[in-house]
Design a binder for this molecule. Structure first.
Ligand code: PLP
Length: 436
């Protein structure tokens, strides 16, 4: 295909989000936005498996020299076909519901490569762990541990990892060392007596180690390093009580570049190396054996692989502001409305040089501004607009608000495309309505 280089499209080391053909149309994974829109309808979410593979390779290159294990956090995006792609890699998968577990199972993930997360596990989820459908269960709190112990009585030994709230809270470019994390997650380091008592009285729960996840979109390697050190200190305390942490899982949250104009993301290699050496140093200082390390990135593996394509349905100027209304909404991507996530917009159907600051918004009955960013002045109804970095937490958080159908998810790779989730029909939306 005849393509030309556009620096704005050539960011995240050339991986996101696509290229322009000679005629100016955007291609994603080598497939033109127009062909995708024609074939699958809009809105749609295209996942470029080459970009996903490159992200996996980047993580492996950073982790393998330090023996750090990688589990993909399925909550970012989990579909059977995507999970099947991951089965062929050395990655494990984290699930936090029966739905995510069954998705991983149908893709062929063996139990030993599945970890069960979730901060309020249901009886059904605990029973799945007891039945041996997951290799590790990460337990969030003492009540959950007690319920698991009860459910596991008489069952075969069950490896458990305790989720610790180290008090380190990290948000984007800032983190707080102690007392910062006021969230519901995990067990505080001074609250381990009860879990230790439960573990002692439940010989078939095998204590395997500790876990801590401190937030999302973290761009400061120091926050991860600080969290890992804190976790080793907690492990040392438990070690003195006779509970040896063979594993330390230091969470996900690795920051992803969302805006081509806003610097690079986190230095992954340096961050992983920093975590590994801090853990070794702290283990030596506290006299514990150096544990096996694990991370669980979601967003950083899948976000850049995703590009959403919308069709423009209206263009207007209100109160001095130009608005472009597309056929997407808060239903297919709630992230901008939920927490102000930025997705870089691109006119996908053609090229047009003169731009103006534009409000790109959806068509739901909410003030669903997707992004305020430069877009060409001559955008018209029927044009296609792409927004970047939508692989993570968009489809997985999507809804049927306004009874809109969920979009198709399409795998694109080297000029080929195939659906990995069908676009819903109105019958899908109504399928649970009684008397419909
Ligand atoms: C326990 C846990 N691990 C991993 C992740 C993945 O985080 P991210 O997608 O930011 O890497 C999350 C996200 O919420 C999480 O709660």
């Amino acid at each position: 295909m005849n393509v030309k280089d556009d620096p704005l499209l050539h960011w995240h080391e050339g991986l996101a989000p696509g290229q322009r053909r000679r005629d100016g149309e955007l291609t994603v994974g080598g497939v033109s936005a127009g062909e995708l829109a024609e074939t699958y309808g809009t809105p749609l979410l295209a996942i470029d498996f080459d970009v996903l593979d490159a992200a996996i390779a980047e993580f492996r290159a950073a982790c393998e020299p330090h023996g750090v294990e990688i589990a993909y956090a399925g909550k970012a995006l989990l579909l059977v076909a995507l999970a099947r792609h991951l089965v062929a890699t050395p990655l494990s998968v984290d699930v936090c519901s029966i739905g995510e577990l069954v998705t991983a199972e149908r893709a062929g993930f063996p139990a030993e490569r599945i970890a069960l997360h979730g901060c309020g596990k249901t009886g059904e989820e605990l029973a799945a762990a007891v039945a041996g459908r997951v290799g590790t269960t990460i337990v969030d709190n003492a009540d959950e541990l007690r319920r698991l112990a009860d459910a596991a009585a008489g069952a075969r030994p069950l490896p458990v990892v305790l989720r610790i709230n180290t008090g380190i809270e990290a948000h984007t470019h800032a983190f707080v060392r102690t007392g910062g994390d006021k969230t519901k997650f995990g067990i505080s380091p001074d609250g381990l007596d009860e879990p230790a008592r439960i573990l002692r009285s439940a010989p078939n729960l095998q204590f395997a180690g500790l876990h801590s996840h401190i937030g999302s979109q973290i761009y400061e390697g120091a926050a991860f390093v600080e969290n890992a050190r804190a976790l080793v200190r907690v492990a040392a305390g438990l070690d003195r009580l006779g509970f040896v942490s063979e594993r330390l899982i230091v969470g996900g949250g690795f920051g992803v570049q969302m805006d081509p104009g806003d610097g690079a993301g986190l230095n992954l290699k340096a961050t992983i190396a920093g975590i590994a050496s801090a853990v070794a140093e702290e283990a030596w200082a506290t006299g514990v054996r150096v544990p096996r390390l694990g991370i669980e990135p979601g967003r950083a593996l899948i976000a850049h692989a995703g590009t959403s394509v919308y069709r423009v349905v209206a263009v207007k100027r209100q109160f001095g502001r130009p608005f472009v209304v597309v056929d997407g909404s808060i239903a297919d991507n709630p992230r901008p409305a939920l927490y102000g996530a930025y997705h870089h917009p691109i006119l996908a159907s053609r090229e047009s040089p003169a731009t103006q600051q534009t409000v790109l918004c959806g068509r739901s009955c909410e003030n669903d501004e997707i992004v305020v960013a430069p877009l060409p002045t001559d955008v018209q109804p029927d044009d296609l607009i792409a927004i970047c970095t939508t692989g993570a937490y968009t489809y997985s958080m999507s809804s049927n608000y306004n009874r809109f159908v969920r979009p198709a998810v399409v795998a694109v790779q080297s000029g080929r495309h195939r659906p990995i989730a069908k676009r819903e029909t109105i019958d899908d939306v109504l399928r649970n309505d009684c008397d419909a």
